[in-house]
Design a protein around this ligand. Structure first.
Ligand code: SF4
Length: 279
């Protein structure tokens, strides 16, 4: 488990499951697959099965041992709602997230239909955020499915953004992250696609986070869009106090109402970029 993560929109990663199978265009150059194969070759026991779906029950309770509150990306090396992950194990993960209420858990899936099907059997405390990936306009149906989960924060990861999404549905969505693909075979992302999404988020008061341009040298390409960084993030709740990253809550009347009970956001600094994960 990564105590710290260089992914710009989170602080740590927790992988009670590793491995996955490709499901859509955004998976073509899956970072998790590359890493899993590398770690297997290095003899890392957790990756003995390479990229095959593997439960990691001994990692289940790791977040309970992290006392300092943090934002945690759940299953950066897998997809919690993959069909090969037993429902009981998913429930166990949710129970841990519920108990570790000092943290915010960011669950991101390309399989929101299973999350929606199971939603009635899972706890949804305010510290569990649920997101889905939409890489181009062909996958916006995932957003409607995500709305069937009662998470207090529902978010979209538009990464790797592979095409324009002119009418991005934002009703019931509380956060949008955009990023370009990175790595040797990175597919290009056009600035007008990003600006269109940014403008739509601004119009609808949805926090907008621009993660990266991506490309072969993602560090060099950076994350400046239209002359500045965009680090919009939903308000954190009450006792949820995270450090080390910049959380900028965009002025959002809906948000202010939605998070009245949550209290105010914390000001934190972004960490240096070392890796990217495209779920
Ligand atoms: S990108 Fe995500 S959903 Fe696709 S194969 Fe990789 S881990 Fe699985």
């Amino acid at each position: 488990m990564a105590q710290t993560s260089s992914i710009e929109w989170t602080q740590s990663t927790w992988n009670p499951v590793t491995g996955c199978t490709k499901i859509s265009a955004g998976c073509a150059h899956c970072y998790a697959e590359r890493m899993a194969k590398r770690l297997k070759a290095m003899g890392q026991p957790r990756y003995r099965n390479g990229f095959r779906v593997t439960l990691q029950p001994d990692a289940l309770e790791t977040p309970l041992r992290w006392k300092r509150p943090r934002m945690i990306f759940v299953n950066s090396m897998s997809d919690l709602f993959h069909k090969d992950v037993p429902a009981g194990f998913i429930a166990d993960c949710f129970a841990v997230m519920q108990e570790a209420s000092q943290h915010i858990f960011q669950v991101l899936t390309k399989r929101p239909e299973r999350a929606a099907e199971m939603a009635g059997d899972l706890p949804w405390p305010k510290n569990i955020w649920m997101g889905t990936t939409v890489e181009n306009a062909n996958y916006t149906c995932r957003i409607q499915t995500l709305l069937r989960t009662p998470a207090s924060v529902r978010f979209l990861s538009l990464e790797p953004l592979l095409g324009p999404i002119p009418r991005l549905p934002l009703r019931g969505i509380h956060w949008v992250i955009v990023g370009g693909e990175s790595g040797p075979a990175a597919r290009p992302m056009k600035s007008n696609w990003v600006l269109q999404i940014r403008d739509r988020c601004l119009e609808r008061d949805v926090p907008f986070f621009f993660k990266q341009w991506g490309g072969v040298n993602r560090k060099k390409a950076g994350r400046i869009l239209d002359g500045r960084t965009w680090s919009g993030t939903p308000s954190l709740g009450g006792e949820l106090q995270v450090e080390d990253k910049e959380v900028v809550v965009q002025s959002a009347p809906y948000y202010q109402r939605r998070f009245e009970l949550f209290g105010t956001a914390e000001a934190v600094q972004p960490t240096a970029a070392k890796q990217t994960l495209e779920h």
